[in-house]
Design a protein around this ligand. Structure first.
Ligand code: PSV
Ligand code: MN
Length: 402
């Protein structure tokens, strides 16, 4: 790998000549935060084979240790999202302390409404009143977890939907959804938030009860100010302009957070920024553009590393988010506004591409050096011996679905 740090001065000079305030850009990069999902450190993944990785985390304690390690190397991943019951533990306040002692906090709490037999026909929207009650009870249990772990976000994603025309009454399902979400919303303490995630298909294929951002947004408006929309980048139809959705939700004050990942076909859950880095840049540009409204946005990853080394994949995901943000910060917005107002279609486009095509690696290396960490987190990982150590300690477990 090239030692990018040595190119920093040249880049800083070039950026200054372009009118970029390099100091201000670095300051923003210093405080960027990305949240890691606990589930990406264990053996999990596709509908087909789950390939085991030597050293994969076997419980929440090992997942916390891995997330804390990724934070130490990148300097910008200070929290871990948890999924209940996958990350169930006796004492969540102790879990919070355990995480804090390693320099991280517990981030979003994700209820799991898709792996119990009673959810066959749905959870909050199920035609079965008993299943709906259990789903609400599980949500309330997760809100208790939030309180104990000092987490601020309840991240709601439902696998609810139907597979065949006529299978269930779609209007009734909408009403059940409104009722179930409202029951949970009542329990959200002040100062904490509920994020409502949408997905246009899967596991149901005929109808999905929260299929798009507009439905999530409508639900949030009904619920109240503590409810906001979560955008998972893998949950859109091809051709959807995700940056525009981000702009709209930000402008309306209802963008709660992201689940970043990449997809080529559907919800592929690949490393963010690998399939369409331009799209990731466009999303970050809208966040920079509406910075005044983006203060509470939660930047989370939602990915599954099935064939790749999990720690390295988590680091690359973080680095790709940093790069997209850094590039977005380089857009000359004053000139862009001028070009837009003048109807200079290609001049405006060129200004975006000029920022996008900048090699920001030296800038990010410099920020890391200033933070007192290794400018090259992948080199630091390789030198650390961490993967070898966890492979020896934890061994190989959990391959396949049996
Ligand atoms: C569903 O596809 C999803 O994006 C939701 O966020 C879940 O919580 C997560 O993946 C893990 O299954
Ligand atoms: Mn998601």
């Amino acid at each position: 790998m090239v030692d990018t740090l040595k190119y920093y001065e040249a880049l800083a000079e070039q950026l200054a000549a372009r009118g970029v305030d390099v100091g201000a850009v670095k300051q923003k990069l210093h405080v960027q935060k990305i949240e890691l999902p606990s589930w990406s450190f264990g053996n999990a993944g596709t509908r087909f084979q789950v390939f085991s990785w030597p050293g994969a985390a076997r419980d929440i304690h090992e997942r916390v240790a891995d997330a804390a390690f990724v934070n130490r190397l990148t300097g910008v991943a200070p929290s871990i999202a948890i999924h209940i019951p996958w990350d169930k533990t006796e004492d969540y306040s102790a879990l919070k302390q355990e995480a804090a002692s390693q320099g991280i906090s517990i981030g979003a709490v994700n209820p799991n409404w898709f792996q119990e037999p009673q959810y066959k026909l749905g959870s909050l929207c199920s035609p079965d009143a008993g299943a709906r009650e259990e789903a609400i009870a599980h949500g309330v249990e997760c809100i208790e977890v939030m309180k104990a772990a000092d987490a601020t976000l309840l991240s709601v994603w439902l696998a609810d939907g139907t597979n065949y025309t006529g299978q269930d009454d779609m209007r009734e399902r909408k009403h059940r959804l409104e009722h179930g979400l409202a029951e949970l919303y009542k329990e959200i303490p002040d100062g904490k938030r509920m994020l409502v995630e949408y997905k246009f298909f899967e596991p149901a294929f005929y109808s999905t009860d929260l299929p798009d951002w507009g439905t999530s947004y409508a639900m949030c408006l009904k619920l109240g100010p503590k409810a906001e929309v979560l955008v998972d980048t893998g949950h859109h139809a091809h051709g959807t302009n995700i940056a525009q959705i981000v702009m709209f939700l930000l402008d309306e004050g209802r963008l709660g957070g992201f689940h970043f990942n990449s997809r080529k076909y559907a919800d592929d859950d690949l490393i963010v920024g690998t399939v369409n880095p331009l799209e990731l840049f466009e999303i970050f540009y809208e966040l920079v553009r509406s910075e005044d409204k983006a203060a509470n946005v939660a930047y989370m990853l939602d990915q599954n590393y099935n064939i790749e080394a999990k720690i390295e994949a988590a680091i690359i995901s973080v680095l790709n988010c940093q790069a997209a943000y850094a590039k977005a910060l380089l857009v000359n917005r004053a000139k862009l506004s001028e070009a837009q107002a003048a109807g200079d279609v290609l001049g405006a486009h060129r200004l975006m591409m000029e920022a996008y095509e900048t090699d920001v690696r030296p800038l990010l290396a410099k920020v890391r050096e200033e933070k007192g960490i290794d400018p090259d987190p992948i080199a630091a990982l390789k030198a650390s011996g961490y993967e070898k150590k966890i492979a020896e300690e934890r061994g190989t477990s959990g391959s396949g679905w049996s």
